[in-house]
Ligand binder design. Structure first.
Ligand code: NDP
Ligand code: MG
Length: 397
C-alpha cells in the first residue's frame, strides 16, 4: 500500500551517472516523489551509501554475490531496506503494483528486460537506457502501446525532440508518425576527437577517450561519444521514438552543446530546445511532465554564448556513425548486432585489449559476418545478442 500521494519510483542504474543526477532532482521534491527501489549490478558500497541516505523499500543487485554483501552491510546498520538479488528482481521492482515511475538507467542491453517489464506493467518509463530501444524498439514500443504505459526519453537529444514536438507530447505514447514533421536535426558535440589528427587515432588512450569536452557520463557512453557510436545509437533510437525514416534525420555537429536537437516542420519552422549541459534538466522535465519542476541545474546565460557552430559529420573520421546509419536502414537484425558487438569492443578498449580504431572496424566485421541471421521474436533478439557477443569475443583473441 502506498503511504502518500507522492509518486513512487524504481530507479534502476542508481549507482551510475544518470542515477546520481536523478537522485539529485528527486531530493529537491520529497513531497512529489518517493523512492520505492534502487537497483544496480555490483557496486555494493555505492548502493549501500544510497540506501542509508534514501531509505528505499527495496535495494536490488543484479549480481547475486553483491546482493549478499549488501544484505550483510544493511543488516549491521539495522536498515529496513529489503535486498533482492538477480536480474529477475529488477523486473519485479520495475513492474510492482506500488510503482508509478521507472527510471531505466542501466547501461547496455542488460537494461532491456526490466524496461520491458515496466512497459508490460503500464508504468511511466523515463528511458535513459538507449541500448534497450536500439535492439528491441519494435517490441518495446508495442508493449508500451498495448499496456498504456508512458515513455519519456531522458537522452538529452530525444528529450529535446520530445519538447519540440507537441504532437508526440499529446500522445506521450510516442513511436507514432506525424506527417507535419519534415526532419529531425540530431545534434552531437563531436566528442573529444573532432579536430584530432586522423593518423593518430590508433594511439588514443582510455583516459583521452573518457574525457568528454562537455558532458560528465559513465565510461561506456563516454567512449561511445568519442567514436560517435553514441550518436549512431541515438540515430536508431530517434527512428523508433518518433517513427522517422533514416533520411528524415540529419546529424549535426554542434560543439557548443547548447542546442540539444531540433525539429523541422513542413511549413519551414524549426523548433529547438536549448539548455546547459546538465542531465538534471531532461530528468526534471520527464519527471514533472506535463508540469515543469525545478531541476537544480544552472540556467544558461544567453549572453555568455558567443556563437553557435553547426557542422556536417565526417564518417571517415567517425565510421561508427556510418555503421549505425546502415543498421537503422535495415532496422531488423543489424541494430542488435551493432549494439552487442559495440558493447564487447568498448569493454575490451576500456580494458586495453583493443585499440580505439579497432572498435569500429571489429563491429563492422561482426555486422558483416552475422547479417544473414533471422529474428522473429524478442527471444530471437536475445539469442542474437548472445551470439554476437561470442562472435565479437573471438575477434579479440
Ligand atoms: P554508468 O556506467 O554511470 O552507470 C551504469 C549503471 O547501470 C550503474 O548503476 C550500474 O551498476 C548499472 N548496471 C550495469 N550493468 C547492470 C546489470 N547487468 N544489471 C543491473 N544494473 C547494471 O552509466 P550512465 O549512467 O552514464 O548511463 C546509463 C544509461 O543511460 C546508458 O544506457 C547511457 O547510454 C544512457 N545515457 C546516459 C547519459 C549520461 O549523461 N550519463 C546521457 C544519455 C543517456 P553498478 O554501479 O553496480 O555497476
Ligand atoms: Mg544523448
Amino acid at each position: 500500500m502506498k503511504e502518500s500521494d507522492a509518486q513512487s519510483i524504481s530507479l534502476l542504474g542508481a549507482t551510475g551517472s544518470i542515477g546520481e543526477s536523478t537522485l539529485a532532482v528527486l531530493e529537491l521534491h520529497p513531497e512529489k516523489f518517493s523512492i520505492f527501489a534502487l537497483g544496480a549490478n555490483t557496486n555494493v558500497k555505492a548502493l549501500f551509501d544510497l540506501c542509508q541516505k534514501h531509505h528505499p523499500r527495496f535495494a536490488v543487485m543484479a549480481d547475486v554475490d553483491a546482493a549478499t554483501q549488501l544484505q550483510n552491510l544493511l543488516s549491521h546498520a539495522n536498515s529496513k531496506t529489503e535486498v533482492l538479488a538477480g536480474s529477475g528482481a529488477l523486473d519485479q521492482v520495475a513492474s510492482d503494483a506500488d510503482v508509478d515511475i521507472v527510471v531505466a538507467a542501466i547501461v547496455g542491453a542488460a537494461g532491456l528486460s526490466s524496461t520491458m517489464a515496466a512497459a508490460k506493467a503500464g508504468k511511466k518509463i523515463l528511458l535513459a537506457n538507449k541500448e534497450a530501444i536500439v535492439i528491441a524498439g519494435n517490441y518495446l514500443l508495442e508493449a508500451v502501446h498495448q499496456n498504456n504505459a508512458k515513455l519519456i526519453p531522458l537522452d538529452s537529444e530525444h528529450n529535446a525532440i520530445f519538447q519540440c514536438h507537441p504532437l508526440a507530447q499529446s500522445k506521450v505514447n510516442i513511436g507514432e508518425s506525424h506527417s507535419s514533421v519534415k526532419k529531425v536535426l540530431l545534434t552531437a558535440s563531436g566528442g573529444p576527437f573532432l579536430r584530432r589528427e586522423l593518423n593518430s587515432f590508433q594511439n588514443i588512450s582510455v583516459k583521452e577517450a573518457c574525457a568528454h569536452p562537455r558532458w560528465e557520463m559513465g565510461r561506456k557512453i563516454s567512449v561511445d561519444s568519442a567514436t560517435m557510436m553514441n550518436k549512431g545509437l541515438e540515430f536508431i533510437e530517434a527512428c523508433y521514438l518518433f517513427d522517422l525514416k533514416p533520411e528524415q534525420i540529419q546529424v549535426v555537429i554542434h560543439p557548443q552543446s547548447i542546442v540539444h536537437s531540433m525539429v523541422e516542420y513542413i511549413d519551414g519552422s524549426i523548433l529547438a530546445q536549448l539548455g546547459s549541459t546538465d542531465m538534471r534538466i531532461p530528468i526534471a522535465h520527464a519527471l514533472g511532465f506535463p508540469e515543469r519542476i525545478d531541476s537544480g541545474a544552472q540556467a544558461l546565460d544567453i549572453f555568455d554564448i558567443a556563437k553557435f557552430d553547426f557542422i556536417k559529420p565526417c564518417t571517415k573520421r567517425f565510421p561508427a556513425l556510418r555503421l549505425a546509419q546502415q543498421a537503422a536502414s535495415e532496422k531488423h537484425v543489424l541494430p542488435t548486432i551493432l549494439n552487442a558487438a559495440n558493447e564487447v569492443c568498448v569493454n575490451a578498449f576500456l580494458n586495453e585489449r583493443l585499440s580505439f580504431t579497432q572498435i569500429s572496424s571489429t563491429v563492422e566485421k561482426v555486422m558483416h559476418d552475422l547479417q544473414g541471421e533471422n529474428v522473429n521474436s524478442l527471444a530471437d533478439i536475445m539469442e542474437l545478442d548472445a551470439q554476437t557477443r561470442v562472435a565479437t569475443t573471438a575477434y579479440l583473441t
